[in-house]
Design a protein around this ligand. Structure first.
Ligand SMILES: Nc1ncnc2c1ncn2[C@@H]1O[C@H](COP(=O)(O)OP(=O)(O)OP(=O)(O)O)[C@@H](O)[C@H]1O
Ligand SMILES: [Mg+2]
Length: 256
């Protein structure tokens, strides 16, 4: 087995507060790795460091064996590492399908020189993008609302659309930070099923931060427990659930 992402001795402070403390872990290629831990453990921070939206103080991040510690989110995106983002305000006035069509990286048409110099390729690519968007919207089960404004979709449908946007790219690894929050049970199942399918059928590696233990149990193996900015334990969910150190980290020593 080889690693998609290697986090090596990463440290990060905000002012005097050390949030990530000698943090090291690997994410295997093809895995759906879960990350849990108490509020304030540093999950979102390490996630943002991996995604290139927050710089690290020291340590190293490798993507597919390559040092990407100093790359920006945009550069990482072009290397196939991406995270879902909430549908931005300006996109809420576009249809679901149009939202998908906005995504592809290296889109020829976005470059003004390409529009001048290669109009045929640009048109061909736009057609291709539309076709792909059609396929993706079907894949994620939102075909029936494809012409609806994204702003009018339900919270769960928006999450599915966010996931769909990652499929418009050649993603190798997708980071999800609490995508299940506030999503109803039915759509949560759709979301979970889609992540599983994308993993199995498209070979996409996932890192999933979630407080919903049922979702973690259904999706993730292994699960990493982060506490006070470093890895406390890592393993299968059954072992994690019965781990005394984990119980204490969540509920304090009283729970012991
Ligand atoms: N930009 C920032 N400036 C200062 N402190 C920050 C910043 N971002 C996060 N922190 C602090 O870093 C610590 C870790 O926050 P982080 O958001 O990574 O935790 P988390 O594990 O994602 O928690 P939750 O489960 O509540 O989402 C917290 O104490 C938080 O207050
Ligand atoms: Mg968080």
């Amino acid at each position: 087995m080889s690693s998609m992402i290697e986090v090596k001795h990463v440290e990060k402070s905000f002012g005097h507060l050390k949030v990530i403390n000698d943090c090291s872990f690997d994410i295997e290629k093809g895995s759906i790795t879960g990350m849990i831990g108490p509020n304030g453990a540093g999950k979102s921070t390490i996630f943002n460091i991996i995604a290139g939206t927050i710089p690290l103080d020291s340590g190293q991040i490798l993507l597919d064996g390559e040092d990407v510690s100093s790359l920006t989110a945009n550069q990482l995106f072009n290397q196939g590492l991406l995270r879902t983002f909430q549908i931005a305000h300006e996109f809420s006035q576009m249809t679901a399908l149009e939202n998908l069509m906005m995504v592809p990286p290296n889109q020829l048409g976005e470059n003004i020189f390409n529009t001048w110099l290669k109009p045929k390729q640009v048109m061909a690519q736009e057609l291709e993008v539309r076709q792909k968007a059609q396929e993706v919207i079907q894949y994620i089960g939102l075909d029936h609302v494809k012409n609806e404004l994204a702003g009018n979709l339900s919270g769960g449908q928006k999450k599915l659309l966010e996931l769909g946007r990652t499929m418009m790219t050649d993603a190798k690894v997708v980071l999800l930070d609490e995508v299940a929050a506030g999503v109803n049970r039915t759509l949560l199942k759709d979301l979970t099923d889609n992540i599983l399918r994308m993993n199995r059928e498209l070979g996409i590696t996932f890192l999933v931060i979630e407080h919903d233990m049922d979702m973690i149990a259904k999706l993730c193996d292994p699960v990493i427990v982060l506490a006070q900015g470093s890895v406390m334990v890592e393993g299968a969910i059954e072992d994690i659930r019965n781990n005394q150190k984990v119980v204490e980290a969540y509920f304090g020593n009283d729970a012991a």
